[in-house]
Design a protein around this ligand. Structure first.
Ligand SMILES: Cc1ncc(COP(=O)(O)O)c(C=O)c1O
Length: 386
């Protein structure tokens, strides 16, 4: 092909891609109010592009990228007060971490029952189906957290693991992790904490002096933690981690690996891009604990502002926000979501608890909320919610 034809073909493809891209919602518009992800920081984007060709499934080819992965894990292990025996595994996000953790619990115990809260993320449905495991779903208290007395009653000789959530998908609620940790310790049970969202929020809320429930390896009964950098970590998608109290638990999910330059490979995926890992490292290093603390402070201030504005128009919130997630009680949440979508706002429908969810991520600012509230009020009035 001549240079001109190559140039034209490239332009045509890029234009086609742009046409599709313009159909997407964007975080920069500020109109995405229901996602737990946000726009990756510019430094994360740049780092991602730099490591596009790397493959962490074959780490001996990319020892430098492997070092970056270890540095990301070191930060996360330090953030969660992990002991020196601990290890981590980088994954694509909360779903993969939860699957990997339950895979480990199943292999270690040889058992198949998992005790989860009613508010557990739907990844646990996938786990049950994929690994032929049975879910025992525990009702919540009026504070939308796991009822510990019901957890005790649900334990059977077949229990492989108990799961608590530190920052529920629906409302950002934190289960009684310290009590669950004590219980699991007494009963010698594997205890997984799903902090996919809260893992990058709770440590910084603590630094800001908020009274927030402990969730990490500080508690001796906590066996593993899911934590996602592509949510409040402001890294690029996909980047999560499964953190394990004992590094030898990785052996439970390792297989002998032919045709790549390492002998054993742990986890679900084979080929894995180093791009998101480099992006996560860049933003972790750039922001540091101080930067994340400021980000969480900003999100919490906007959350409390939003809560107040919601109450002012006469709507009810599901619970006082523990983190930057707000549920708004409604009789017909689906209708409200549809009407808001027509006005260009993306919020989530929580049918299960008759509400809608707003997540105050870093791209959601007070001026955005000032535009959103009148639209919310209008659609609620039209639909008889107000
Ligand atoms: C608590 C929790 N766990 C797991 C997940 C799944 O994460 P991902 O969509 O990154 O797989 C989510 C997603 O929002 C979540 O909120």
């Amino acid at each position: 092909m001549s240079n001109k034809r190559v140039h034209d073909a490239k332009n045509e493809i890029l234009q086609e891609l742009t046409r599709y891209q313009t159909q997407d919602f964007s975080f920069t518009s500020g109109h995405i109010l229901g996602s737990m992800c946000t726009q990756p920081h510019p430094i994360a984007k740049e780092a991602y592009m730099k490591f596009l060709e790397t493959n962490l499934g074959d780490p001996q080819l990319f020892p430098g990228t492997k070092t970056i992965e270890q540095k990301v894990l070191s930060f996360l292990l330090d953030l969660t007060h992990a002991p020196t025996t601990a290890a981590g595994h980088i994954v694509g996000g909360g779903t993969e971490s939860n699957i990997t953790s339950m895979w480990i619990a199943k292999v270690l115990t040889g058992k198949r029952e998992i005790i989860i809260p009613e508010s557990a993320h739907f990844s646990f449905q996938k786990i049950a189906s994929l690994m032929d495991m049975k879910l025992s779903s525990i009702p919540l208290t009026t504070k939308f957290v796991m009822d510990i007395t019901k957890v005790k009653q649900a334990i059977t000789p077949e229990t492989a693991a108990v799961v608590g959530i530190a920052g529920s998908t629906e409302l950002g609620a934190i289960d009684p992790i310290p009590e669950l940790s004590d219980l699991c310790r007494e009963e010698h049970l594997f205890f997984h904490v799903d902090a996919a969202f809260g893992g990058f929020v709770i440590p910084f809320l603590k630094r800001l002096g908020y009274d927030v429930v402990d969730f990490d390896f500080h508690l001796p009964g906590v066996s593993s933690i899911s934590i996602d950098a592509h949510k409040m970590g402001c890294a690029a998608i996909p980047l999560g981690a499964l953190l394990l109290r004992k590094n030898m638990w990785l052996d439970a999910i390792s297989v002998k690996s032919n045709c790549v330059s390492t002998e054993w490979q742990a986890g679900i995926l084979g080929t894995r891009s180093g791009g998101p890992v480099a992006a996560a490292y860049a933003i972790i290093k750039y922001l540091g604990k101080e930067g994340y603390t400021n980000l969480v402070k900003q999100c919490m201030e906007t959350t409390l502002y939003t809560e107040e504005r919601i109450r002012q128009v006469g709507l009810e919130v599901m619970m006082e926000p523990t983190m930057n997630v707000i549920g708004i009680r409604l009789s017909h949440p689906r209708t409200i979501v549809e009407k808001l979508t027509k006005l260009g706002w993306k919020v989530n429908n929580l049918d299960r608890i008759s509400s809608i969810r707003v997540v105050i991520m870093p791209h959601v600012t007070k001026p955005i909320i000032d535009k959103f509230i009148p639209d919310l009020q209008k659609v609620c009035q039209e639909s008889g919610e107000l």
